[in-house]
Each structure stands twice: as C-alpha cells, then as structure tokens.
Ligand binder design. Structure first.
Ligand code: COA
Length: 157
C-alpha cells in the first residue's frame, strides 16, 4: 500500500471509488434513500480533473498491484472535502495512511487548522487523528434528510 499524488488517468477510477464507497459502505450507517441522494451517479472524469487543478492536494492510495483503492483531498483553506475508500479495503488503514499524508501537506503549507464534515463512517478515523467534534449537521440533500459531523483539528506550527 502506497500513497501518491493524483494522476490524470486516475479520474475514472476515483469516480468509481466514490460511488461504490457511498453506495455500498455508506449503508453501514445510512439508509438506501440517503446513499442514493449522496451519490446519485458515478461522477464524470472531468469532476476530478477540475478539482486536481484548482490548487488542492489530491492523493491516492494504491494497492500492491498499483490500483487506486482510496483517495482524499485537502483544500488550501484546511478543508478536507473528500475521503473515500473502496468497500473491500475499509479497515486496512488505506484511508488512515492517506490522511497522514494530507496532514503532512497541511504542515508544509503552514496551516493552523484542518476541518471536515465527516460522515458517520469517517468520524472514528478523524477522532483517532485528533479531531474534535464541534456539531452535528442535519441537512436536506436532494430530497433526503442526512447528517454529518463538523470536526476540526488545530495543528502546531
Ligand atoms: C471514511 C472511510 C474512508 C474510513 O475508512 P477506514 O478504513 O475505516 O479508515 P482507516 O484507514 O483509518 O482504517 C481504520 C480501521 O482499520 C484498521 N487498520 C488496519 N490496519 C491499519 C493500519 N495499518 N493503519 C491504520 N488502521 C489500520 C484500524 O484498526 C481500524 O479498524 P476499526 O475501525 O475496527 O477500529 C471509509 O469508511 C469510507 O470510505 N466510508 C464511506 C464513505 C465515507 O463515509 N467517506 C467519508 C466522507 S466525509
């Protein structure tokens, strides 16, 4: 298992990771109705190409065969927007290793604070990494009530 920067030909694979992660793994904490609203369809490759070029850091965990199994990003503001892992690799540390690399990048950028809207499934990972839960967000997403947790971590500079 290795973490590396996003490459252009990863886009289609990351889109599938997102979709399967939400639609399959998401069911451990959310209803069918909720995961269908969260991941309506497989995002187009252009979604990732655009994000990779907007100044954020976008990293990918690959398995021993070089196949992407998880990905995550960090925006310049300190916001972690995406962190997704294929269902088969959840509980193997793929997301944990990826998070650690995002935090290293945050230190390199001199950021003082990281923040995330963590799903029920991501909350334990972020808590293990030292994030505090500030609030629970209950909101409507494409016709489904859903929730996540506002979490933050202050970094020593
Ligand atoms: C959120 C998500 C990426 C977290 O993935 P994860 O695999 O649970 O997270 P980690 O990589 O930290 O793995 C943690 C588990 O792996 C175990 N593990 C095994 N080897 C490990 C290693 N080398 N390093 C760290 N953890 C390891 C840990 O003990 C832990 O097990 P536990 O949950 O039974 O305590 C994943 O649940 C997911 O994709 N969920 C669906 C989509 C989603 O909710 N995304 C978040 C949006 S904010």
């Amino acid at each position: 298992m290795q973490v590396r920067p996003y490459q252009t030909d990863d886009a289609a694979r990351l889109a599938i990771i997102f979709y399967r992660s939400v639609r399959v793994a998401g069911l451990k904490a959310y209803s069918q109705h909720q995961v269908e609203a969260w991941a309506v369809s497989v995002p187009p490759a252009s979604f990732y190409e655009q994000r990779a070029g907007d100044g954020r850091i976008l990293l990918v965990t690959i398995n021993a065969d070089g196949e992407p199994i998880a990905y995550g990003d960090l925006e310049r503001s300190g916001h972690i927007d995406h962190l997704f892992c294929i269902p088969e690799a959840i509980g193997t540390g793929a997301a944990s290793a990826l998070y650690d690399r995002l935090e290293s990048a945050a230190h390199e950028w001199g950021l003082g604070r990281l923040f995330v809207e963590a799903s029920e499934l991501a909350r334990p990972l972020f808590a293990r990494k030292g994030f505090e839960t500030i609030a629970r967000n209950d909101f409507m997403m494409r016709g489904a009530m859903i929730y996540n947790y506002q979490m933050e971590k202050f970094l020593r500079r």
